[in-house]
Design a protein around this ligand. Structure first.
Ligand SMILES: [Fe+2]
Ligand SMILES: [Fe+2]
Length: 288
């Protein structure tokens, strides 16, 4: 597993993040059975497996509490959406910088695919901002703490989480409360009360929550919650609002996973449209 470096201008993105995206696409290839999903995981992806081993071992309830205290107060300065996107763009894939999409290009491909389908403006905006939380990498967070599937902490880990066997070394597995089905939560208490493993979804939700409608906030907050939106896990923690809002998480996920093409979006031509879109929902600068 390579590590992130932080030189003055560009931060090489370790292969893991790109690899993880590819892994997801393969894992959720349309028409794939649950059985094939498991086989694909176990054999073909040793790098990704190592990433999840670290993630599952370290994402404990205490770790999440500490990271929420560190980041959810939004004390890392004010930025415009473009400034945040430019900052994120300093994460580059050092393995093949010429052919891979930059971070901004991934965001634009997602939002432009939505726009081409006539999706509502708030949804297109969600497409553009959804991965801006990956700036956590630039704050020094390890990749296993920024990307990867998310899941509730403070209660039992579901077998529908990819590579569930890697929770064996997570100390919460032996905690008297956290290891139980509901843990610290009440049945169907609603996901808003549930602490999720720490990553870019939870962070971007905190940044955006005062500006966007609930339908937009759900995909931001839960787009990596694959155990729930692809496998139906944790229904026993959800309430009716979660269940109805998850249709937007599903709708969003199609674009996030499958809109990656090889044509690079032309930022110059697109910029005026996005200037208007940002101005419609945000003040000039927001807290990060
Ligand atoms: Fe994401
Ligand atoms: Fe994404």
């Amino acid at each position: 597993m390579s590590t992130l470096l932080s030189p003055a201008h560009a931060t090489p993105l370790s292969a893991d993040m790109e690899e993880w995206d590819e892994f997801l696409k393969g894992r959720y290839k349309e028409g794939k059975s649950e059985e094939e999903f498991r086989v694909y995981d176990a054999q073909a992806n040793p790098g990704v497996a190592e990433f999840y081993r670290l993630n599952h071992e370290h994402q404990t309830f205490d770790y999440v509490m500490q990271k929420e205290r560190e980041y959810f107060g939004l004390t890392r300065g004010e930025k415009t959406i473009w400034e945040a996107a430019d900052f994120l763009n300093t994460l580059v894939d050092d393995s093949d910088p010429d052919t891979d999409l930059t971070q901004i290009e991934h965001l634009l491909q997602t939002s432009e695919a939505m726009r081409a389908d006539g999706q509502p403006r708030w949804f297109i905006l969600t497409g553009f901002v959804h991965d801006l939380g990956k700036v956590l990498c630039l704050y020094g967070e390890p990749q296993w703490g920024v990307v990867g599937d998310t899941f509730p902490v403070g209660c039992a880990y579901s077998n529908d989480i990819v590579f569930p066997e890697y929770f064996a070394k997570n100390p919460d597995l032996h905690h008297p409360v956290y290891s139980t089905k509901y843990g610290i939560y009440e049945p169907n208490c609603g996901l808003d009360k549930v602490h999720m493993s720490f990553g870019h979804d939870g962070y971007i939700y905190e940044v955006m929550k005062n500006y966007l409608p609930e339908e937009a906030l759900y995909p931001l907050r839960y787009h990596s919650f694959y155990p729930a939106h692809k496998h139906g896990a944790y229904d026993y923690l959800m309430n009716d609002q979660d269940r109805s809002m998850f249709k937007w998480v599903h709708e969003f996920n199609k674009y996030d996973l499958y809109s990656k093409g090889h044509t690079k979006p032309d930022l110059k031509t697109l910029k005026p449209y996005y200037d208007d879109l940002f101005a419609e929902f945000f003040p000039a600068k927001i807290a990060w």
